[in-house]
Design a protein around this ligand. Structure first.
Ligand SMILES: C[S@@+](CC[C@H](N)C(=O)[O-])C[C@H]1O[C@@H](n2cnc3c(N)ncnc32)[C@H](O)[C@@H]1O
Length: 361
């Protein structure tokens, strides 16, 4: 079968599937004609398409950057691997499925198209799905540039599916380099040298909310500090520098974020800080802290921030403090007061508000 430019539509080959929900998920998998025993790499296809993939009898490996997604795959008894570099996990896939998550950064999607090329054996194919209003056309153009071929393989409702075949050992263009570096010179404990990657929160500089929290963060020299949802590590690095005889623990559910945070701790020779991947909605009850700081994920609404507040109450020592920076504080402040018995606004600037609560001695 000939592969064409993504912009040329061959109606005879195009599969337009009008199916709903579970049928649609099966239809996604059908487009690739997966065989029993095929080595399939799932990079986050259509959520629970994993179940449909399993029904094909293929040998499926799910690679995800977020521990929660990997745990979900494992719960479905699929081989789930936490990695930001799928090609380091598998290099002989016959089929790769990739549907970029709704809020993926463009550079991160390009990186995973590069990674997919590396993860495929020669003759294997990548199936890339997405909606037009979520950038699928520009991803398809990138797909074509990397593989040197591509075609529109199907459409399900508003979701378009493109495929490309690995026909040669090397990609037709060099992989993207998404790293970015900058210096921060006006924070407590400065200077900090920072390296980030596409796909990490506020990757091109310090977020204004994070800066506001740093401005009013009181860290004592012996404090053990938890940076909840550390991203590339801004709060944790400052906390570690200020708690010279204490320590900072940086946790994030996303391995891309944690690898940046680890690199930044190393780059700045911060030895009293550690970064690790963890779904911090469930904190290890054996670890106790004097200060928990966070700029929590705002897209997840209450689903992350409420468990953060409840977990902080259990994880703080007597006298321990919780400090959060949020945008719409009402519900969070109410929940803090429900759990801690009190809670206050420390400061606010533009749309950001810093909230505080502590455990009595
Ligand atoms: C708004 S960003 C803040 C990042 C960083 N602290 C900063 O201020 O630049 C929120 C971070 O929380 C992480 N996150 C979301 N849910 C999480 C969870 N359940 N456990 C740990 N981290 C989580 C996200 O991956 C993201 O890096």
């Amino acid at each position: 079968m000939e592969y064409n430019s993504p912009f040329i539509l061959w109606q005879s080959e195009l599969r337009v599937i009008n199916a709903k929900n579970t049928q649609a998920r099966e239809a996604f998998v059908d487009v690739a004609d997966v065989q029993v025993g095929s080595r399939v790499l799932d990079l986050g296809w259509e959520g629970d398409c994993l179940e449909c993939l399993q029904k094909t009898g293929a040998r499926v490996t799910f690679v995800g950057e977020d521990i929660r997604a990997v745990q979900k795959a494992e719960a479905l008894r699929t081989n789930g691997v936490l990695s930001a570099m799928p090609a380091q996990v598998i290099s002989d896939a016959q089929v790769v499925f990739y549907r970029p998550a709704q809020r993926s950064a463009k550079g991160q999607v390009f990186e995973w198209i590069d990674q997919s090329f590396q993860a495929l054996e020669k003759g294997g194919a990548l199936y890339l799905a997405g909606q037009r209003n979520r950038g699928i056309r520009s991803y398809a153009a990138y797909l074509h540039a990397v593989f040197g071929n591509s075609k529109r393989a199907g459409r399900i409702g508003r979701v378009e599916i493109y495929s490309a075949k690995k026909e040669q050992d090397d990609p037709c263009q060099a992989p993207v380099d998404n790293r970015m570096t900058f210096e921060l010179r006006d924070l407590p404990g400065s200077p900090y040298s920072v390296e980030t990657r596409a796909g990490v929160f506020s990757r091109d500089g310090l977020d204004n909310g994070t800066r506001l929290l740093i401005d009013c963060m009181e860290v004592r020299p012996t404090d053990q500090v938890l940076d909840w949802g550390c991203g590339w590590g801004a709060l944790g690095m400052v906390a570690a520098r200020l708690s010279a005889k204490g320590s900072a623990t940086l946790v994030d559910s996303n391995i891309r974020a944690v690898s940046c945070a680890k690199g930044n701790l190393r780059r700045n020779r911060i030895c009293n800080g550690v970064a690790r991947v963890e779904d911090a909605r469930v904190l290890d009850q054996r670890e106790k802290f004097d200060l928990i700081v966070s700029n929590p994920p705002f897209h997840d609404g209450n689903s992350a921030t409420y468990p953060l507040i409840e977990g902080a109450f259990r994880a703080l020592r007597p006298g321990g403090r919780l400090m959060l920076v949020v945008m719409r504080p009402e519900a969070y402040l109410k929940h803090i007061r429900r759990i801690f018995g009190h809670g206050s606004i420390v400061t606010q600037k533009d749309e950001y508000v810093v909230l505080h609560a502590h455990i009595g001695n």
